[in-house]
Design a protein around this ligand. Structure first.
Ligand SMILES: [Zn+2]
Length: 422
């Protein structure tokens, strides 16, 4: 009865479970007040691992038009740390590859142009490729030429014919999000000049397992890579990984550097070293992937126990942030407004709306100071330092911050110098 899904790299049948989180609505499908009066469709979040090539993957079950709706309100520019990450990336790449006004940089999934603006400011010709019309329009508004299209072999070849091939192709935080992995990878290869370099960033599965980051599993996130499976994936487009860096973003990401295989040469010592560490962790076999479901159940149990106990003591808990990952956690744990009255977000596009599934209201950040809750559950744990600093004022009324991942932690926010508890 079960339709057999096949692996996106090697086409083997996917019969082994990595983790099964039940079913939930698409995590970015935030609801307007009207939408909250209607029903939602929940789709399975059942992640499989390929027994042959080891790619951990979520079968595609949500129609793309349901993920990328007009409500899709992700604008990168609302996160301070991302803007800084983008600036540092630009400086590093300009230096490493000696980019100048004679170079050409293409970014895939360029969002609102938050990264390419730095190349533009450095006088380096650039082009964005972004399938979501409203974010692409924001990029064009700030002077970043942007093609509104999904990248594939055909669109990649078409763009290369009109604009030329790129010395640097950046595809940061998109490789995990493409359902047609082979076609997308061939599209990347089309964009890349014969001696050009492609960089991609994506969360590292080793960190996801180690830090129990199961809330990074959601419908738009189709692949969960080790360096080994990333090597196998880029080979679909005739590309090879020549270097790798480990980054702290998203709880632990990899930045890989790829070239056309015939121009690649030997991979760096960093590639060999990381492959060896993955192998030592059991990630080059099935063993290192087993046991993740048990770890997930512990996170759920601890968070629910905390929320139920707080309610019993008459203490209030609100949320901070409305990231996609928050919805995986809230829906998997069955948390509703009776346990988490509201959450807040800096993105004004989300204010007055409701989280999918849980129907928890999203308000402006000022709502926290008005409500003076006993606890603030911080959902985007990957921005922990940034958000802890923003929320220092919670200490004024003796409130505390709560993190659910990797394990339940309740911490006192630090007061700013000169500030006193009231
Ligand atoms: Zn496979």
């Amino acid at each position: 009865m079960n339709p057999v899904r096949s692996c996106r790299i090697c086409a083997s049948p996917l019969t082994r479970t990595f983790v099964d989180l039940g079913a939930a609505p698409p995590c970015e499908a935030i609801l307007s007040a009207d939408g909250a009066e209607k029903g939602e469709t929940a789709y399975p979040l059942h992640v499989r691992i390929c027994e042959r090539c080891l790619l951990v993957q979520l079968p595609e079950v949500v129609p793309a038009e349901e993920i990328f709706t007009a409500e899709y309100a992700y604008f990168s520019s609302f996160s301070t740390s991302w803007i800084e990450h983008a600036r540092r990336y630009t400086v590093a790449m300009v230096e490493r590859f000696g980019l100048s006004e004679d170079s050409f940089v293409v970014e895939v999934a360029s969002n609102d142009g938050y990264l390419l603006q730095h190349f533009r400011d450095a006088g380096i010709p650039c082009l964005g490729i972004e399938p979501t019309a409203n974010t692409a329009a924001a990029a064009v508004e700030r002077g970043i030429p942007t093609e509104v299209v999904f990248l594939g072999e055909q669109t990649g070849s078409d763009i290369a014919a009109r604009h030329g091939r790129a010395d640097l192709v950046a595809a940061n935080n998109v490789y995990a999000h493409v359902p047609d992995l082979a076609d997308f990878t061939k599209g990347l290869a089309q964009l890349l000049a014969p001696t050009g370099t492609l960089t991609m960033e994506f969360p590292h599965l080793a960190r996801l397992i180690e830090q129990r980051q199961y809330d990074t599993i959601y419908h738009e996130h189709f692949q969960y890579y080790t360096l080994l499976t990333a090597q196998r994936a880029v080979a679909l487009g005739g590309l090879s990984i020549v270097d790798v860096e480990e980054l702290p973003t998203h709880g632990g990401s990899l930045r890989i550097y790829c070239r056309h295989s015939q121009a690649a040469g030997e991979p760096s010592a960093a590639v060999r070293d990381l492959l060896a560490r993955e192998q030592a962790a059991g990630l080059h076999g099935l063993d290192g992937h087993a046991g993740f479901e048990d770890a997930v159940r512990v996170v759920k149990r601890d968070l629910l126990r905390f929320l139920l106990d707080a309610q019993e003591r008459g203490e209030s808990v609100v949320g901070y942030g409305a990231p996609g990952k928050g919805n995986t956690l809230l829906n998997h744990c069955g948390i509703r407004p009776d346990l988490l009255a509201f959450t807040v977000d800096r993105n004004p596009h989300k204010h007055g709306k409701f989280l999918p599934g849980s129907r928890i209201p999203v308000m402006a950040p000022e709502a926290i100071a008005a409500a003076r809750p006993d606890y603030v559950l911080v959902l985007p744990w990957n921005l922990r330092a940034e958000i802890s600093a923003q929320l220092h004022y919670v200490a004024q009324w003796g409130g505390r911050l709560v993190f659910a991942i990797p394990s339940l932690q309740i911490v006192e926010p630090a007061l700013e110098p000169g500030e006193e508890a009231r």
